[in-house]
Design a binder for this molecule. Structure first.
Ligand code: ADP
Ligand code: ASP
Ligand code: MG
Length: 423
């Protein structure tokens, strides 16, 4: 019997009717002769509501207690889904992350999965039960409940797919696949049939919320194909797999230069000013941020003037309090003048493995933004991504214009070999 791992996102289980719909889908998969393990997210906006509840109590809730609170959202939907499956006459059992054997490190609210001991899941499946697992959570090596960071149910699903040796991890969501841009912002975005782990990784890292970054990292590491699809239709979705290998030169040349435009408004820019320009200073700043579990992205250091320079980096907005605490100390220690934080920024990114062999992508991106009168605050690159930090107010027009200029609009997408030799 083959094992199928499915994950249903918050919108897919938002109310009783949708839970009933998901129950029927799971039962249909079971009826096809599969063992089914379904990972479930908290219903609708439950996680946001729980965060708000905590804020009503205190501005600085202890992170251990936040995990106790937030993990409840997934437990609720998981138990309700088990009841809905029982009602259809099938045997289902729900497990918390801990009961499903998901062991994490001790970093509350963004724990990493260290190990999975899925014995209970496997035994239940052997007994013919449909297994439901509360996503986004585990138990730490210190035996406390942990959560995996926003969107973490995707990671639970991919990790379970690996542990249960499933052939594929199906991610059911409210869109029917991965698009060339967020379809709720760009009406002309088109669905991708296939995308490589590397490109998806860059998309997830730059704001395409459809898959959580860590789930893609996990899938790439263990080569687990992900099928992103809609929980409301039967349409084939987007396959996220190891795209590069096995492709011949001709196929590679046919790859579009740019695959997608992503953006995030969930990052802030931190600037340290008057930083003494001597060896080891940057290391101390970024070590302090790392110790505070702040995820740093684009980094820029300006040229030194009279022995001092400015260092800027972007960090997730949710990490601002932790960064503040760390930077207050380190600014004093290294003798920097000051630091400030600007949350009114957006980062827009172009992603595509094809840009490796096509010069001029950056120039065309910068010109497009310049034509819109948009100033570039920071620029960051990887071999398959170019990101620009701009003022938040310009993000919508910038994303739509880049989508058009790089020929991604639905009516412009062609499956013929591209003749756009230079950009
Ligand atoms: P779920 O609750 O199912 O986990 P999410 O809200 O986390 O769903 O992710 C799905 C959403 O991701 C979509 O509704 C869409 O607005 C957003 N999204 C952002 N970028 C993309 C993209 N490139 N392709 C598809 N969806 C995207
Ligand atoms: N419920 C969590 C969130 O909203 C985890 C998830 O949905 O994947 O981020
Ligand atoms: Mg999600």
């Amino acid at each position: 019997m083959s094992v199928v791992v499915q994950k249903y996102g918050g919108t897919s289980v938002a109310d009783a009717a949708r839970i009933g719909n998901v129950a029927r889908r799971i039962v249909a998969t079971f009826e096809q002769g599969n063992s089914v393990c379904a990972v479930v997210s908290a219903r609708g906006d439950t996680t946001d509501e729980l965060l708000e509840l905590a804020r009503e109590i205190t501005p600085n809730p202890p992170e251990r207690e936040m995990d106790m609170l937030l993990s409840a959202g997934e437990r609720i939907s998981c138990a309700l889904l088990a009841m809905a499956i029982h009602r259809l006459g099938y045997d289902a059992v729900s497990y918390t992350g801990s009961q499903a054997g998901i062991v994490t490190d001790t970093v509350h609210m963004k724990a990493r999965i260290l190990d999975i001991h899925p014995m209970r899941v496997q035994e239940a499946m052997k007994d013919g039960q449909i297994v439901l697992v509360a996503g986004f959570q585990g138990v730490s090596t210190a035996k406390d409940v942990t959560t995996l960071g926003r969107g973490g149910s995707d990671t639970t699903a991919v990790a379970l797919a690996h542990a249960l040796e499933a052939a594929v991890c199906e991610i059911y969501t409210d869109v029917d696949g991965v698009y060339t841009a967020n379809p709720s912002l760009v009406a002309k975005a088109s669905k991708l049939d296939h995308i490589s782990y590397d490109e998806m990784l860059e998309m997830a890292a730059s704001g395409a919320q459809v898959l959580a970054l860590r789930s893609v990292e996990y899938a790439r590491k263990y080569d687990i194909p992900i099928h992103v699809r809609s929980s409301f239709t039967d349409a084939e979705g987007t396959w996220v797999t190891d795209g590069g290998h096995g492709m011949d030169i001709e196929q590679q040349l046919e790859q579009p230069i740019i695959r997608a435009v992503s953006y995030t408004t969930d990052e802030a820019k931190v600037t340290l000013r008057g930083v003494p320009d001597r060896p080891g200073v940057a290391a101390r700043v970024f070590t302090a941020l790392a110790v505070a579990h702040v995820n740093v992205d684009t980094i820029i250091q300006n040229t030194s003037e009279s022995g001092h320079s400015d260092i800027s980096c972007t960090i997730p907005v949710e990490d601002i309090p932790a960064a503040d605490k760390a930077l207050k100390e380190i600014v004093k220690e290294i003798g920097a003048r000051e630091y400030d934080t600007d949350a009114d920024i957006a980062k827009i990114s172009l992603i595509g493995a094809g840009m490796r062999s096509h010069p001029g992508v950056a120039a065309k991106m910068f010109q497009t933004l310049a034509d819109l009168g948009i100033n570039l605050d920071m620029i960051g690159t990887s071999p398959i991504k170019i990101s620009c930090v701009i003022a938040k107010e310009h993000v919508d027009e910038a994303v739509r214009e880049l989508h058009t200029v790089f020929d991604l609009d639905e009516d412009a997408v062609s499956h013929e070999p591209s003749d756009r030799g230079s950009c």
